[in-house]
Ligand binder design. Structure first.
Ligand code: HPA
Ligand code: ZN
Length: 332
């Protein structure tokens, strides 16, 4: 079977996906009309054309502005439903989905609006096609740690719906150590922990995420090659990296997909995975990310199967479920 068919038909898990970053321009346009929100665009095509970025911050500015059209429970249902439907189309059988509560609570949209919207779509996808999903609540790191404590408290009625807590937004100048105390509480509460580190920031931020926040996975982490001791640590402990190739290209973390280091990291024995991050902003969902690795880096079938197996190994699924999916991949 051609590798493109393997990419589209084999089961996959996605572990690094911001639900707000899956807002399709057409849905943004429709919701802006519904709520009479003025967008700085005159058409859906203009929204799409605006998605050219110089760095992480230039993307985040548009991403937070776009999220302003999400106002009521049904908006959040539609947002989640649209992503989960894409998963079905692409054979993504399991997704660990990040959401940014502070992007909404700061605008007066509360947990009692977005959580029921998310849950309705998640329950429907589970009952209609057996999709498995879990949620990662992320703190915005450009805000003070005190705000993260408030968010953690506000989320209390929804703890049973949340598996992990993460850290995202503007990395440079906001090192993991800024959130050491709140993640100590997160750990005590029994959540899994993830953090964006080493996307634009240095290898030292990855060390901080490991040593000070106790992360179970590192989001991005592509700057790990700056530090060979860190590389050895990541290999020895099989600490997963959730790598996002198209995101790295669009945010100019790399200048050309041909220079992406994911296959080097894989060959060195690191537990790297492929993810889409913010698919509507970066020009592709999960399968398009795998396609790019084949087109630009010559990813072969063995490497593809290893990356697919890694996506389950690095997930927060129970062991028998991981084994089930890995056997399906190996048998193909
Ligand atoms: N990095 C940091 N914060 C984010 C990202 C990202 O790639 N996407 C959405 N929030
Ligand atoms: Zn991300």
């Amino acid at each position: 079977m051609a590798i493109s068919s393997l990419i589209s038909t084999l089961p996959k898990a996605e572990l690094h996906l911001h639900i707000e970053g899956s807002l399709e321009p057409a849905l943004m346009w429709q919701l802006a009309k519904k709520h009479q929100v003025t967008l700085p665009y005159n058409s859906v095509a203009e929204i799409e054309a605006a998605y050219q970025f110089d760095d992480l911050q230039s993307f985040l500015d548009l991403y937070y502005a776009g999220a302003d059209v999400l106002r009521d429970e049904d908006d959040f249902y539609q947002l989640m439903w649209s992503y989960l439907s894409k998963c079905r189309e692409q054979n993504v059988v399991h997704a660990e989905i990040m959401f940014d509560p502070q992007t909404h609570t700061l605008r007066g949209v509360g947990f009692d609006t977005f959580m029921p919207g998310f849950s309705k779509a998640i329950d429907q996808a589970r009952s209609e096609w057996g999709m498995s999903t879990l949620l990662i609540m992320s703190f915005l790191r450009h805000l003070p740690e005190a705000d993260a404590f408030v968010t953690l408290k506000e989320a209390e009625p929804y703890y049973s719906n949340i598996t992990a807590i993460g850290l995202d937004s503007s990395e440079l100048g906001h090192p993991p150590q800024k959130f050491e105390r709140v993640f100590a509480q997160v750990k005590e509460l029994g959540f899994k922990i993830v953090a964006h580190a080493g996307e634009e920031g240095p290898a030292d931020y990855i060390w901080q995420a490991i040593k000070l926040l106790n992360v179970d996975r590192v989001d991005h982490g592509v700057k790990c090659q700056q530090d060979s001791e860190l590389m050895q640590y990541l290999i020895k402990h099989q600490l997963p990296l959730t790598v996002c190739p198209l995101s790295n290209l669009k945010l100019k973390v790399i200048d050309d997909m041909k220079h992406h280091n994911i296959l080097q990291l894989l060959e060195e024995g690191m537990l790297v995975t492929v993810n889409s991050d913010d698919p509507t902003y970066f020009g592709g969902y999960l399968n398009e990310n795998y396609d790019q690795l084949h087109a630009a880096l010559g990813m072969n079938t063995d490497q593809l199967k290893q990356l697919l197996a890694n996506s389950f190994t690095a997930s927060f699924l129970p062991e028998p479920k991981k084994q089930y999916w890995i056997e399906q991949i190996n048998a193909a």
